[in-house]
Design a protein around this ligand. Structure first.
Ligand code: G6P
Length: 574
């Protein structure tokens, strides 16, 4: 069906409610908007479904939620009766309609005879991962758009190991979606009936207590002076209770929460874009930090799976440390700590993505710990934890990405902003006790492992046009890549879509052993590289740049040269 037909079909469908039809009628003269909403269906990306809220097949709304949940139910039913009895755990974040969507998903599953464990109120995404493992459910769902702008919502799906589904299950769900004829004809059970039949169980504080004690148990060094001053902001998301509890219960008594951002707010009024990857999200935290003279500022994104940190420098200014730098500090802190306790596993592994920098890998190497690369997406990182659990071949220690996601240990199989907040607080306290702030620790890392610099920039290109331009940029760049950047020669190209690595120096091509994805990586002969890929969660093309230099300045110059040249090239592609 074409987009206009689909639009009319929604208007004519007697199962679509009046409110939705009213919204659709209000755009009847706006062809572009109709096309945007109906030209495609929301699809599983880096982290589940994600889209703007509103009426349409390319939007997040109760019909898309019901449809996807019914399809998921079909897949679970295919797994057999036991899978249905094991059921599905469901959590949701603070966004508009997240609670309503979570309820709808619960009752659609119940109507299929599938048991549901629904959290009583908002919870962090990592706690859902914990709950899936704890209740041994077949699957899990979190209704969240993570760090996206307020207009968005999303739907993350987990499988029985507690990590987000990979393409095998996502494809089965998508197939089932295509077999359902009427998007608005999906049945949900009455809530009271679902409870009476034991198909809907509300979960809450008991699981919080268990999950938080597991987090506290994962502390690396307990007997340290925890007097440091911390400013914390959950950015009006789900992190407030769990993170303040964990910090308090593990002995951090000087924690100051940004009051305006403590309570849930689906409009993120004081933040704007609720992504702590963007330093602007720290505006309020910096003010409070200065007032309290805090050592570090910690922020989580609204579903509390990400964590970002700023550190007070010796001039009392706050300096942000990015995902790669935070990852490097945490790796050093964790591995040193485990080594001191004699708990460093011999077959231990760090897992990161192909677009995460190499600094963490080099630190791990110095501890005899291997680093493995996966595709972008924490589901891929945690798939390694699942694999090692089965094979016993290696021990998953820590997973991280440049996009400020971290997990330590394996009781949670997703990135975890609660664990990460506790560990960065601990690291700051421990190193302070040894006379260093985290910036000085980082400087020490650079001295030891080399000066690394990096930049991640994105071009935001929205809508159908944006998507098409991103596709053109990828395609054109693949053919017209830069062979020389300010004297640095291109030596290797990795084309992840075609699984090929081209060695330009020796004129050789080799197959690479990693799943296919739309990404290109270019390595230069001056210890720098960059990668380009379309985001799978936001309307963006992302460019990751990394360089190692003889000093900080040298590394930064290399990064800037790449940035300028690649940006020019990409901007020239219409
Ligand atoms: O670069 P994107 O496809 O937008 O993904 C950015 C990030 O999105 C989510 O947070 C995923 O869990 C991460 O694993 C991923 O790195």
């Amino acid at each position: 069906m074409k987009w206009l037909e689909k639009y009319n079909h929604w208007l004519e469908n007697e199962n679509i409610d009046e409110e939705t039809k009213k919204e659709l009628r209000s755009i009847e003269n706006n062809k572009e908007e109709i096309e945007e909403r109906f030209y495609t269906d929301l699809a599983f990306g880096t982290a589940g479904l994600r889209g703007k809220m509103g009426a349409g097949t390319n939007r997040m709304n109760k019909y898309v939620i019901s449809l996807t949940t019914q399809a998921l139910a079909e897949v679970i039913k295919e797994e057999g009766e036991e899978a249905c009895n094991k059921g599905v755990a469901i959590a949701y974040d603070v966004r508009h309609k997240s609670d309503e969507f979570a309820k709808i998903a619960s009752l659609v599953l119940a109507n299929n005879g599938i048991k549901v464990y629904l959290f009583e109120d908002i919870r962090p995404t990592p706690e859902l991962s914990y709950a899936v493992r704890r209740f041994k459910t077949q699957a899990g769902i979190v209704v969240t758009a993570s760090h996206n702008p307020k207009e968005y919502n999303g739907y993350k799906v987990y499988w029985k190991e507690g990590s987000q589904i990979l393409s095998d299950i996502a494809e089965r769900v998508t197939e089932k979606i295509s077999e359902i004829n009427d998007i608005a004809g999906i049945k949900a059970m009455d809530e009271k009936e679902a409870k009476e039949k034991g198909l809907l169980e509300i979960i809450g504080t008991d699981i919080d207590d268990e999950y938080l004690s597991k987090v506290k148990e994962s502390s690396i060094r307990n007997n340290i002076n925890k007097d440091i001053k911390i400013v914390y902001t959950p950015l009006n998301g789900t992190g407030y209770i769990p993170v303040t509890r964990v910090l308090d219960e593990s002995g951090f008594k000087n924690v100051y929460v940004v009051e305006e951002q403590a309570e849930p707010d689906p409009t993120f009024a004081t933040v704007g874009y609720p992504n702590p990857e963007d330093t602007k999200a720290f505006k309020y935290a910096i003010n409070l930090g200065k007032e309290k003279n805090a050592d570090i500022l910690i922020a989580n994104d609204p579903d509390c799976d990400r964590m970002a940190c700023m550190v007070k420098d010796n001039n009392n200014e706050y300096v942000s440390i990015n995902g790669n730098q935070t990852g490097a500090i945490l790796i050093k802190y964790i591995l040193e700590g485990l080594k001191d306790k004699n708990e460093l596993p011999e077959n231990g592994v760090i897992v990161k993505s192909i677009v995460t920098g190499d600094l963490g890998k080099n630190i791990a190497k110095a501890f005899g710990i291997e680093t493995i690369n996966t595709l972008t997406g924490f589901k891929n990182i945690c798939a390694k934890a699942n694999e090692f659990e089965k094979t016993g071949e290696k021990t998953f220690i820590f997973g991280y990405e440049e996009s400020i996601g971290y997990v330590y240990d394996t009781f949670v199989r997703d990135k975890d902003g609660v664990i990460a907040s506790m560990l960065i607080a601990e690291a700051a306290a421990y190193y302070k006790q040894n006379g260093k702030n985290l910036l000085e620790v980082l400087e020490g890392i650079y001295r030891e492992y080399g000066y690394y610099s990096e930049d991640l920039f994105s071009l935001v290109l929205e809508g159908i046009e944006g998507q098409e331009r991103i596709a053109r940029m990828m395609k054109t760049y693949e053919d017209e890549y830069l062979t020389d950047i300010e004297g640095a020669k291109l030596i290797n190209i990795t084309d992840y879509e075609n699984s090929i690595r081209k060695d330009l120096l020796n004129n050789r091509e080799e197959k690479i052993e990693i799943n296919k994805t739309n990404a290109l990586k270019y390595e230069l002969d001056n210890e720098s590289w960059y990668a380009i890929r379309p985001s799978g969660t936001e309307p963006k093309i992302k460019i990751y740049i990394y360089a190692k230099g003889k000093d900080k300045k040298d590394a930064e110059i290399k990064v800037n040269n790449i940035k300028e040249n690649v940006l020019n090239k990409l901007n020239s592609i219409e």
